[in-house]
Design a protein around this ligand. Structure first.
Ligand code: ATP
Length: 299
């Protein structure tokens, strides 16, 4: 059974489809990273998963049950859609108390534990309206985690956190997933998603345009060997004679994309030096993750 399953999930406002036939399947214990630019449709999808808005077409199932449906499913779900949804005049501990009661929890220690886990101890009596964005985000996460949900749905959970906070949350999510919690998180940063997610789904203009396993990512990234010399005509001739495929880029440098030759740059260097072409540059260029993301959505 899939913990999250959507079938051609679609949301239209007027004639525009802001979520367009999205079919997702997230198995138990996996971290699924939803990646898209601002306005791509991530939040709208999450709101439909949570039954906050109705789809125009398509369906959602959580734990094998249709949403909206049996209300008991919500005891197993924790979510953070907007960190600013805390009650501004109430303190951290008072905010958490509200959700403690809402979930009908019995263990009084649960609030202290979640405060400690999210490193909010020194802010427990501070009003939510006086918290920094990062600490407000921590309060949102504390609220989402308090009842030990089996499924966590987190919209841009690391927004506003400092680098140490981002690493902490990443470790926390990995820890929870190792214990069997299923996590759906969204972000507009592939570099961040790639560090935490098992599967990455790229959403663009409402459509799920690509899904890939995080460990497949390195195979999708563009790599090439870039070479320059005092005599590129001579180098081109040498490469040609040795059957090495290449192309010339806009800066008149030579690019080699053949995997075999890319893994042996020293052989290329020896060839150019032996041919007295005067090697001036030889390096491996690797596309960064954000360029890969932009290239993917432009395809
Ligand atoms: N109630 C609404 N009425 C009309 N359009 C809406 C409504 N809610 C969202 N949209 C539009 O739907 C599109 C998708 O918005 P959504 O918030 O889902 O994107 P997102 O990927 O979460 O982006 P962001 O990271 O900026 O929140 C946007 O163009 C947004 O303006």
């Amino acid at each position: 059974m899939m913990i999250v399953e959507t079938n051609n999930l679609t949301k239209r406002y007027g004639r525009a489809a802001v979520v367009d036939q999205v079919s997702l399947q997230i198995p138990q214990g996996k971290i699924y990273g939803f990646l898209g630019l601002n306005g791509a449709g991530k939040t709208t999808t999450m709101r439909m998963l949570l039954g906050m808005i109705n789809p125009t077409e398509g369906s959602v199932s959580l734990f094998g049950q249709k949403v909206p449906g049996n209300a008991s499913v919500w005891d197993k779900v924790g979510y953070m859609i907007e960190s600013t949804c805390a009650y501004p005049d109430l303190s951290v501990v008072e905010n958490l108390n509200i959700f403690y009661r809402y979930h009908g929890l019995k263990d009084k220690d649960v609030i202290d534990k979640v405060i400690a886990r999210l490193k909010l101890d020194q802010y427990r009596d501070i009003q939510a309206s006086h918290l920094s964005l990062g600490n407000l985000q921590r309060l949102g996460l504390a609220r989402a985690l308090m009842h030990s949900p089996e499924l966590l749905i987190l919209d841009e959970p690391v927004n506003g956190l400092d680098p140490a906070g981002i690493v902490e949350i990443r470790h926390l999510l990995r820890e929870l997933s190792a214990l069997g919690t299923t996590v759906l998180i969204s972000s507009h940063l592939l570099s961040e998603i790639a560090k935490v997610a098992d599967t990455i789904g790229i959403i663009h203009h409402g459509a799920l345009i690509k899904e890939l396993e995080a460990n497949q990512l390195h195979e999708e990234i563009d790599r090439k060997l870039i070479l320059n010399s005092h005599d590129n005509v001579r180098v081109a001739d040498l490469l040609h004679k040795n059957g090495i495929p290449f192309r010339t880029n806009a800066a008149s440098e030579i690019e080699i994309m053949d995997c075999q030759w890319m893994s042996e740059p020293e052989r290329i260097a020896e060839m150019v030096v032996a041919g007295h072409a005067g090697l001036t540059k030889l390096f491996t260029f690797e596309e960064d993750l954000e360029s890969y993301f932009l290239r993917t959505i432009q395809q």
